[in-house]
Design a protein around this ligand. Structure first.
Ligand code: ADP
Ligand code: MG
Length: 321
């Protein structure tokens, strides 16, 4: 695969859940791609559909409509060897290292599970060596293999979750808010570990977070989600220097800048109004009731995600002239 090759291509993906008599439109027509070896950050408020999008992309959830291609193959109709390859190549690291690791299993067994499922080690001895190497790779040590997860701190548990994902030598990892549940002091360590592993192993990441400051350091490109849709996608640099969607601008203005002068000069944009329910999302633009630029067109016509500058996609009637 060359550098610009798209490992994941998502088109018009929808994932709806039943909600009483209605439908909850958790993901409602999103299209994007992820290039081999890059990190796509996915941000947006809690409930905007990040987890559902990530899980649907890797086949944990079936889709309602649309298509996800992994290396050109439809994720939701994989069979036989293709399916086996996919379950090995694609892994997920969960938000909550407390609930995602089995408390009754020894750490070594948690990490070895995938190795066994994919018959990756010829002997117990080899397996032990691989597990010990993985523990060291993530900053733990061999003695930890015989312990249980309750003996570890939050940061250490997330390291175990990372080792478990790495064990099967994946190519693509969905990191679903892997640092949100951790102490701020530990967050940078885990992000740096993920960055190092990506460099060493050429991994591709979909890195989900609920605020922009968290994805800044790790992402090559950032996708901003709002109420089941994509507001904007662009490379990290231009997202921070030239945000085009009013929602992105509001999110950015909420990030504190450690320089008081810049902070003072910055025009804070306050998000007015409530986040609407995904059960009866507004017609037209999803962001209209909170957008100070909203006009009649925004109230009836949903803006399409369009490439307004090379590599910069925005779904807003304002930029569509
Ligand atoms: N399994 C599910 N069944 C029903 N509704 C769900 C399910 N998972 C998520 N939702 C709903 O879908 C919306 C998006 O949720 P989620 O993808 O978890 O958002 P995020 O990860 O951005 O916080 C929310 O309204 C949530 O309540
Ligand atoms: Mg989530």
């Amino acid at each position: 695969m060359n550098q610009n090759e798209k490992i994941l291509e998502v088109s018009h993906l929808k994932k709806y859940f039943k909600a009483g008599k209605g439908v909850l439109k958790a993901v409602d027509d999103v299209s994007f791609f992820i290039r081999k070896g890059e990190t796509l950050g996915v941000v947006g408020e809690s409930g905007c559909g990040k987890t559902t999008c990530g899980r649907t992309c890797i086949g944990i959830y079936d889709r309602t409509e649309g298509e996800v291609l992994y290396k050109g193959k439809d994720v939701h109709s994989l069979k036989g060897q293709d399916k086996k390859d996919f379950t090995k190549e694609v892994q997920i690291i969960f938000q909550d290292p407390y609930s995602s690791l089995d408390p009754k299993m020894k750490v070594g067994d948690i990490i070895a599970e995938g190795l066994r499922a994919h018959k990756m080690c010829a002997s117990k001895e080899e397996e032990r060596k691989v597990v010990n190497d993985l523990l060291e790779t993530v900053g733990l040590n061999a003695e930890h293999a015989t312990r249980y997860v309750h003996e570890f701190s939050g940061g250490q548990r997330q390291r175990i979750g990372i080792a478990r994902a790495l064990a099967v030598e994946p190519e693509f990892i969905v990191c679903d808010e892997p640092i949100s549940a951790l102490d701020v002091s530990i967050q940078a360590q885990i992000v740096n570990l993920l960055i190092r592993l990506q460099k060493e192993k050429g991994l591709t990441y979909m890195f989900i977070a609920h605020d922009l400051s968290m994805v800044k350091h790790i992402s090559d490109r950032v996708c901003v989600m709002y109420l089941g849709t994509i507001a904007e996608i662009t490379d990290s640099g231009s997202l921070y220097s030239n945000p085009l969607h009013p929602y992105t601008q509001a999110l950015l203005s909420a990030i504190p800048i450690p320089d008081p002068k810049v902070e003072e000069a910055k025009n804070r944009i306050k998000l007015e109004g409530e986040l609407p329910s995904p059960i009866n999302p507004p017609e037209g633009c999803r962001f209209q009731n909170r957008c100070k630029y909203a006009c009649d067109r925004c109230r009836c016509e949903r803006p399409e995600l369009k490439e307004v500058e090379p590599g910069h996609w925005v779904a807003c009637h304002l930029t569509d002239k």
